[in-house]
Design a binder for this molecule. Structure first.
Ligand code: SF4
Length: 381
């Protein structure tokens, strides 16, 4: 495997995937699929003299097509898929008295952190692969199947907010030696450089649309890009499943904000779900120590290694610790969510279709094979 330093703040030199991606695009035998993470669309504009938090989703899609990618999918879609699986796992753990708290598992920097520092607590992370890996897995199976393109000819590229996502794609259990879930990961800044290299006027681009099949998302998938968003997205779905009733209020304000460690109780029918949230590794350590020592008693936890979550990722346009920039990016994600036709993952029609035609039941056998993973203790480096 590739050796990549896991540094959520990006201070360690990035391994630049630009050349490999250009070569794949130039190779006529390869079908190159790209996905973009939720947090990229509210930050990349800053590389092109746009305001922090300006929503550039459509321009981003057009830029990716101009660079020569064959298909442009949305990681917001696979974030919805993650919600389906994670909410199912949460419901299963609650109903069957299994291990709680459940910890969200879409930040690979913190997953590695818990593997190295808390090997006795590896039963708490959700077994869900992250949205980037779920997309790769679906592209190499579901999409390959639908289009008849052999998975060995498909190159999966991700545009992600951090270098930890590069290390994640290289984890040996995520794919086989020959067919990886994700082949190459570009950071936001690397993609920005590619766009500049091609002389594309990003600001002036028309608004493109994601490709069908895995391009539609609910607002739940979008808010994955901010601290508090993953757990809110999962609770929207889990809550409706547990109560059998439609949510009266979709927004869980108590889970939002930028405080380093937050706790809240969410009422779901008769159940009071105790939720903990931490962002930044120092806060993650405090939260995990508190759980280990039983100082904290939570049912569900979300941890993101970067300040603010992925909006503050080390591969994003530099924010130099300015909270104002993070807040603008965060607000932009909540605005996208507010304006979406669907705001719960289980209502996304493309999500319904993928389960009906391919995956079967959420958290069922095929979903387990393709969308779940496992963790093991790792040596400290
Ligand atoms: Fe990467 Fe997001 Fe985790 Fe930061 S919080 S390391 S950007 S996945």
């Amino acid at each position: 495997g590739q050796c990549v330093a896991v540094c959520p703040t990006g201070a360690i030199v990035e391994i630049d995937a630009t050349d490999k991606v250009f070569n794949a695009i130039k190779n006529p035998k390869k079908h190159v699929v790209v996905q973009v993470a939720p947090s990229i669309r509210v930050a990349i504009g800053e590389l092109f003299d746009m305001e922090a938090g300006e929503v550039t989703t459509g321009k981003l899609v057009t830029a990716l097509r101009k660079l020569g990618f064959d298909v442009v999918f949305d990681t917001d879609f696979s974030a919805d898929l993650t919600v389906m699986e994670e909410a199912s796992e949460l419901v299963d753990r609650i109903e069957n008295n299994k291990t709680l708290p459940i910890l969200t598992s879409c930040c690979p920097a913190w997953v590695r952190f818990i593997e190295m520092n808390y090997p006795d607590m590896l039963d708490i992370p959700s077994s869900c692969k992250s949205p980037q890996i779920m997309m790769g897995s679906m592209v190499k199976t579901y999409y390959a199947n639908k289009t008849g393109i052999p998975s060995k000819d498909i190159v999966m590229v991700s545009v992600m907010p951090c270098t930890a996502k590069k290390a994640e794609a290289a984890r040996s259990e995520l794919g086989t030696k020959d067919i990886r879930d994700v082949d190459y990961v570009l950071s936001t800044r690397e993609l920005g450089r590619m766009i500049k290299l091609y002389g594309i006027d990003f600001k002036g681009l028309e608004e493109g649309k994601f490709d069908k099949l895995m391009g539609e998302s609910s607002g739940a998938g979008t808010i994955f890009g901010t601290t508090g968003g993953v757990i809110e997205a999962a609770i929207r779905t889990a809550s409706e499943w547990l109560t059998g009733k439609e949510l009266e209020k979709i927004e869980f304000e108590e889970l939002r904000g930028l405080k380093g460690i937050r706790g809240a109780q969410v009422k779901i029918g008769d159940l009071n779900l105790k939720v903990g949230i931490a962002h930044g590794l120092g806060n993650a350590r405090k939260l995990l120590d508190g759980i280990r020592s039983k100082k904290y008693n939570f049912d569900a936890i979300e941890i993101m290694a970067c300040p603010g979550g992925c909006i503050g990722g080390g591969g994003q346009p530099y924010h130099h610790g300015h909270e104002e920039i993070l807040l603008k990016r965060q607000r932009a994600l909540y605005d996208i969510d507010k304006n979406k036709k669907f705001r719960k993952a289980h209502e996304n029609p493309m999500i319904k279709e993928i389960y009906e035609t391919y995956l079967g039941k959420p958290y069922g056998e095929r979903a387990h094979d393709l969308l779940h993973t496992s963790y093991s203790p790792r040596e400290k480096i």
